[in-house]
Design a protein around this ligand. Structure first.
Ligand SMILES: Cc1ncc(COP(=O)(O)O)c(C=O)c1O
Length: 397
């Protein structure tokens, strides 16, 4: 009999919690926001699902798969206070944003993004500009930001300047800058102008309290594999009932005449086992304390780390109001340096290779290189001291 572990007894930041995420001692993981990380019970669930699939594929695909899919749909719907009928599971947010944009936009229609929108969204839209003649408008968000209303006003200005915008993609938490955007207020000004809204919540499930009735967007996509601990390849899509029949999955398969859940579940033969780890991730998430406890721990740690590093490096945090800070992530500028500049993606790899697996997000903001820190329940202060020492070495080299 497998021993059942009571994760509620594990202290956040402890060695046992770190071991639950199977991190080797050599590895300092401060970039959870990039690809997420699953704890042991979720990895075990995935392995169990793979074994089951291989033991009899026909039972898996013909009999069990749809039930497993609906179990994940129910878990996701509960998390976002959405209806099961309006909620779907897919692989990731990139797929979700592509699915909505390609279902909704036609010919020369216009779309609104912002200067911090995710690269894949920007790439999708430039491809669509070439293929369909759509047009992309952009809200320029610069620093410092004093108030949420400043950002809402920037949206209003663009919406009024370009009255033909059909849909706005609004990041709930931006990728390069970890900005929590005031999505409810932005959705409201869009709705007043009959502009549809798609919220890119790649970082939101597990990090923010989500309620589809409060946000009132037309579409919401969010990764469960970043901050909600599912295995990689599990995301949610929520579609307002008024658009239900307009949305098609990216791939058309055998069940196109069945329900929308069937269409999203079956895309030809593939391994969807990561999508079926939502319930076990949810159990772990609640066992270790749920939203308030987890984000409380992470926020205290990341806020401390940000100011400790600013002091050590004699630099400054990103200048944004408290209400726009993401709970589990924080950004600070790096010192100006006479060192030959390399791009932020190259710097991530350079640090992993040169400094024994120290993994942190480097990013570029208005031409300045900055650091995006993540904190999670397996991190402790010592991880950020190791990062500090590596940064001091890098800049003094
Ligand atoms: C704001 C935002 N949108 C979309 C994505 C894409 O997520 P995925 O790679 O899981 O599709 C990310 C990934 O970090 C992101 O930060």
């Amino acid at each position: 009999m497998e021993e059942k572990i009571d994760y509620s007894t594990y202290e956040l930041g402890s060695q046992e919690m770190r071991a639950t995420f199977r991190l080797s001692d050599a590895y300092v993981m401060l970039n959870h926001g990039a690809y997420g990380l699953s704890p042991q019970p979720v990895v075990e669930k995935r392995i169990q699902l793979i074994k089951e699939q291989e033991s009899h594929p026909d039972t898996w695909f013909r009999i069990n798969m749809m039930d497993y899919y609906m179990e994940s749909v129910k878990t996701a719907a509960k998390l976002i206070n959405g209806d099961v009928e309006d909620t779907f599971i897919l692989n990731n947010v990139t797929e979700g944003t592509n699915c909505i944009l390609k279902s909704i936009l036609k010919d020369s229609e216009e779309i609104l993004i912002n200067t911090h929108s995710y690269k894949a969204v920007q790439n999708t839209l430039s491809e669509m500009e070439t293929t369909f003649g759509t047009k992309t408008r952009c809200v320029e968000i610069c620093f410092p930001i004093f108030d949420e209303q400043d950002v809402v006003d920037l949206y209003v200005r663009q919406l009024d300047q370009y009255p033909n915008i059909k849909i706005a993609v609004i990041d709930h938490i931006t990728s390069p800058t970890a900005l929590k955007l005031p999505v409810e207020k932005i959705v409201e000004v869009c709705r007043e102008r009959n502009v549809l809204t798609l919220i890119d919540g790649a970082h939101a499930p597990g990090q923010l309290d989500l309620d589809m009735n409060r946000i009132k967007a037309d579409f919401y996509v969010g990764n469960l594999h970043k901050w909600y601990y599912t295995f990689r390849g599990c995301a949610l899509l929520w579609v307002s009932p008024k658009h239900r029949n307009k949305i098609l999955p990216l791939v058309t398969s055998n069940y196109s005449n069945f329900t929308m859940h069937h269409r999203f579940c079956y895309w030809g033969t593939r391994d969807t086992s990561p999508q079926f780890t939502a319930a076990s991730a949810s159990k772990f998430y609640e066992d270790i304390g749920g939203l308030e406890t987890i984000t409380g721990y992470n926020n205290k740690l990341v806020t401390w780390a940000q100011s400790m590093l600013c002091e050590a490096l004699k630099t400054r945090p990103l200048d944004i109001p408290e209400s726009m800070k993401a709970p589990n992530m924080a950004v600070l500028y790096l010192p100006k340096s006479s060192k030959k500049q390399i791009g932020s993606d190259e710097l991530i790899v350079y640090f992993i290779e040169k400094y024994n697996g120290i993994t942190v997000g480097f990013t570029t903001i208005d031409g300045e290189v900055a650091l995006r820190l993540s904190a999670n329940v397996y991190n402790c202060k010592d991880d950020y001291y190791k990062l500090r020492d590596a940064l001091l070495d890098y800049f003094n080299e």
